[in-house]
Design a protein around this ligand. Structure first.
Ligand SMILES: C[S@@+](CC[C@H](N)C(=O)[O-])C[C@H]1O[C@@H](n2cnc3c(N)ncnc32)[C@H](O)[C@@H]1O
Length: 306
């Protein structure tokens, strides 16, 4: 029997051929967990935590391994952006608990994140196989997933993060931006304002959570035109007012198109921003060769050929 083969020999290519890829990946994953548990210290505890990413587009961005985790979890905690995605998760696992009620206007997001961590770890400590399902990639601009994994591991539990399709992945696809062409810098918009950063205007600049730029209370879900105007002034050191920037929102429903709204940088304070908006600034300057480094490399080449 195929399952038996997999258990005895762990997995090999012939199992993938016999089972078909999707099912083989699920078996292979179970094997991996089993191996890790066998090899972990005897103090390893029963409960486990797997944080997965549900992707951005409903129902189509979930990896086979993440699907497998979802289906076999004792409890799934969902941090997704809409009720339809929650309903879809409930079809995959009957025990889905939503994190949505933890958010409230005027309530610190730090407190919300701590509550998420506490809820997941409570179930792990109770010996459950817990899945945290976060939209996009769970490790991209997301505090609770990283922190809960760190804490679970420190307490001796098995904890793992599976990557998901991030808004960043959609952005590179929809806007046709290859980070290899000029380079690409990611910053959280408020952090970009609160701290002194050295940006490179010859590379792309991507500002996340632009709708909250300069929001200092961590308890509101909007920012003001004045804060956005300050951001424009900060950026004006490297980008002219008429520099064309784009507000990007990846489609989250299969029937939607992405929003890619181009405008001059100076128009940002009055632009329509939502919690899904990401701001992208193309380079404002061209790449400059580094003559010192090029000469040093040339000397190496000459030495090697002597
Ligand atoms: C807390 S971060 C979470 C990102 C998520 N973990 C991911 O991998 O996409 C929230 C920010 O991600 C970006 N974002 C989320 N959904 C988006 C979408 N549909 N299109 C573009 N950017 C999005 C926005 O900048 C938003 O403010």
């Amino acid at each position: 029997m195929v399952t038996g083969d997999l258990t005895k020999n762990r997995f090999d290519l012939s199992d993938f051929k016999k089972l078909g890829y999707a099912r083989a990946v699920q078996f292979a994953f179970r094997e991996t967990i089993q191996l890790k548990t066998e090899n972990s210290p005897s103090s390893a505890r029963l409960g486990s935590l797997v944080i997965i990413g549900t992707g951005i587009k409903l129902g189509s961005h979930l990896s086979p391994i993440s699907l497998s985790h979802l289906q076999k979890a004792d409890v799934v905690f969902a941090a997704v952006t809409d009720e339809i995605t929650e309903m879809w998760l409930r079809q995959l696992n009957a025990n889905v608990q939503s994190f949505a009620p933890l958010y409230a206007d005027g309530k610190s997001r730090h407190q919300t994140y701590q509550e998420m961590i506490d809820l997941m770890l409570k179930e792990v400590r109770a010996g459950k196989q817990v899945v945290g399902a976060f939209y996009g990639h769970p490790g991209v601009f997301a505090y609770a997933p990283h922190k809960s994994i760190e804490l679970a591991r420190a307490e001796g539990y098995f904890a793992l993060m599976e990557p998901g399709i991030s808004a960043a992945d959609c952005l590179h696809a929809d806007l046709g931006i290859d980070p290899g062409k000029f380079g690409c810098q990611y910053y959280e918009a408020s952090q970009f304002m609160f701290y002194q950063r050295r940006i490179d205007p010859t590379a792309y600049l991507v500002l996340w959570q632009i709708a909250l730029a300069g929001e200092q209370t961590y308890a509101q879900f909007t920012t003001g035109d004045a804060q956005l105007q300050l951001l424009v002034e900060l950026l004006s050191a490297d980008y002219p007012a008429e520099h064309q920037v784009v507000i990007y929102e990846a489609a989250s429903m299969p029937f939607e198109d992405p929003r890619m709204e181009w405008m001059p940088l100076s128009a940002l304070p009055t632009a329509r921003l939502t919690l899904r908006s990401t701001l992208v600034l193309p380079p404002s300057q061209s790449l400059q060769p580094n003559p010192t480094m090029l000469a040093a490399l040339e000397r190496l080449n000459v030495m090697a050929s002597d």
